[in-house]
Design a protein around this ligand. Structure first.
Ligand code: ARG
Length: 277
């Protein structure tokens, strides 16, 4: 498959809401405002278009409020999509829709063996040819080994230890083949050491900005799109030659997600060596 520019999947928030609680950010007593959610989602969409992304849309479905978080649809590697097997039954209905959409777009969809939970690009991110894989809270370590075995790549398993940072993309964001945004307390000691050993240049996030989902950024070359309220990270990014673009996403933080969770890179993350274009 060939892409002539960064290509991203999003899903409009028509049926988004807090209908169940599967992570510590979600509380049914803290509903999201549908109009504000729509506005914030639309601002992100327009911002990504303005940065030259090709944004493709899935049709939202009533009863699947988290379908907006397309990062969890699958892990994309070249023209193969490794479909998620969601840990929580509340999200399992998303998989057939993701499979249908990705197949229509020309991806070969692969289903992991039964019993292996796997939440796609929420937990698996490429840096060069290596798959950085978050496990324990949502995805199984065995699932990550299985996917890396199919791809034939090296995998670095990273155990996630803080329920608030339940997906890898809430505490780790590769920016390039050498740079990454990291919130170390979300990882066990071994994971922190592995990140130190394998990431040449880390931008470390502090507690308050981690809780603003600083690590959950969308990277388009030197452009980094993230939630508002992360001034320290914005300044660190500028110092390294990146251009941060902050846009409010508080309505989605109520579900435990931000910019990156709302997107799935179909042509490969910028940090991945195999990516097209
Ligand atoms: N409410 C969703 C869940 O808990 C949020 C998913 C966020 N996605 C992500 N890639 N971190 O599953």
């Amino acid at each position: 498959m060939t892409f002539d520019r960064p290509t991203i999947l999003m899903c409009p928030p028509d049926f988004y809401g807090i209908e169940y609680e599967i992570n510590p950010w979600m509380s049914r007593s803290r509903e999201s405002d549908p109009d504000l959610a729509r506005q914030q989602w639309h601002a992100l969409y327009v911002l990504l278009l303005s940065l030259n992304a090709d944004v493709r849309l899935m049709t939202p479905v009533k009863g699947l409020p988290d379908l907006v978080f397309t990062a969890n649809a699958a892990l994309i590697h070249e023209s193969t999509a490794y479909l998620s097997r969601f840990r929580h039954p509340a999200r399992q209905g998303e998989t057939p829709l993701n499979e249908e959409w990705l197949t229509t777009q020309g991806f070969d969809c692969v289903t992991l063996p039964e019993g292996m939970d796997f939440e796609g690009a929420g937990d698996a991110l490429f840096v060069k040819d290596t798959l950085f894989a978050g496990y324990l809270i949502r995805s199984d370590a065995a699932a990550m080994q299985w996917v890396a075995g199919e791809i034939g790549c090296r995998v670095i398993p990273l155990q996630l230890v803080d329920e608030r940072y339940y997906h890898l993309d809430t505490c780790f964001c590769p920016l390039s083949e050498t740079d990454a945004i990291i919130y170390p307390p979300a990882f066990d000691e071994y994971g922190q050491k592995a990140l130190e050993a394998h990431i040449e240049s880390a931008l470390i996030v502090q507690d308050d900005e981690a809780a603003r989902f600083a690590c959950n950024a969308v990277v388009l070359g030197e452009h980094v799109v993230l939630n508002t309220g992360c001034p320290q990270l914005e300044s660190d990014l500028r110092d390294r030659g990146y251009e941060p673009h902050a846009t409010p996403l508080d309505e989605f933080i109520k579900a435990g997600g931000s910019a990156k969770c709302l997107t799935l890179r179909l042509d490969g993350e910028d940090s991945a060596t195999w990516r097209a274009g």
